[in-house]
Design a protein around this ligand. Sequence first.
Ligand code: 2AM
Length: 506
Amino acid sequence: MAAQQASATVGLIGLAVMGKNLALNIADHGFDIAVYNRTTAVMQEFMAENPSTPGKLVGCSTLEEFIAAIKKPRVIIILVKAGPAIDAVVEQLVAAGLDKNDIVIDAGNSLWTDTIRREKQYADRLKFFGSGVSGGELGARFGPSLMPGGDPASWQHLKPIWEAIAAKVDAKTGKPLAGAEPGHPITGGVPCTSYIGPNGAGHYVKMVHNGIEYVDMQLIGEAYDLLRRLVGMEPQELSDIFTQWNAGDLDSYLIEITADILRQRDPVKPRKYLVDSILDAAGQKGTGKWTAANALDMGIPANSIAEAVFARCMSALKDERVIAAKKLSGPKPPARKAGKARKDLIEAVRQALYCSKICAYAQGFELMREAQKEYQWQLDFGSIAGIWRGGCIIRARFLQKITDAYTRNKGLVNLMLDPYFNKQLRAGQKPWRRVVSLAAENGLPSPAFMSALAYYDGYRTAVLPANLLQAQRDYFGAHTYERVDQPRGKFFHVDWPLPNRPQLDV
Ligand code: 2AM
């Protein structure tokens, strides 16, 4: 259908999977939406596949037609590949006649610093806005978690659409509301979106979400590996265990899909489980790396996030690992466990997983706390956890506990210090330590469990050996040190004794 007049409430550019699904979600909520794709055939196919939607789809072959089809001020969502394609599309939109008051929303996985740069760069031509979108294809179609960041006035124009299409959770329990179908979206419930902050705040929070997601996935992988190799469990039994865990504190999307994955048979070799036919080399698109790199830049210890990224890098060294497995020695494979020992170990792994998960989120929220200082944002951490309760990949019962923690104390310094999480860590640390010890004794790699425990122990240690380290720095480089009995910020240096230094003239 060619656009005749400005009738659409919103426009969307980029009809790859996410774009198509988001457009259909928007139309399902009764908004008329203009759609455009660089390759026109993709748009035509999309229009042909969706002849009747509650809100009208207006297919446009040119950007001029697209712009003419949308009511002013135009709200235009771009869902094209992150990077230079965003700038290319924005420039094309400007050339096609976009207005200064029009709002362009980058809903892709853009680097937050690019969003900050773009808002400034295009300020005299349009209002550039960024929004994190999480939930994959299904989330986009039936309710994603949306993390909008930019000018608050622009948000007012986007808000009705974003609140309508976002995932919904129950107002009392915080549990995701399910059951949306094409043409029949969920009505009611609390939307998983709210204004995050200016310029790049939305994309930043989305990035941290992904960093946490990396750890969540790695922890589940390690739990699976330990149960398999330490306890001696098979995929079907493991699937049952994850199903049980999903009924308790660990209730989450990732645990739920893990239970499904572990019972899946290999379609090529039906006597095998599919998990055993999948090569152990993980890919990554870069958002975990961005989070870890940002933690290094800001000097915030997010070691589990970094370990989760490195664990994927280690997995990718498949060929090297296969050779090294024959050359580097380690302990003998542990014996299968039975009876009470088996039951206890399974429960210990569950506790280790829960405690490590608390640490991963504590790291993510520390990152956001530091970033808000750096960029002068005022993030509402309770609300951010609230947005993640539904729609996104890390959605979990656990997120309600984080919202509760920040509701109790808006200025909470570290999640681990909240009374609820503090209690969980106290209760779970013995089995957690046991699991980490057993992993080390038996030579089973558990970088996420181990780094989370190192984070916990580091954070609760009042005196770290950094005194010795600082002395070393002063010894070889006169880098100075502060004293325990003097105010912070006062620096001292000692002329270290010479006898241990090389006597060059002897
Ligand atoms: P295409 O179908 O014409 O390739 C994901 O790649 C989406 O981003 C697709 O809809 C793709 O359009 C679009 N895309 C990628 N690079 C683009 C660019 N430079 N300009 C416009 N659209 C682009």
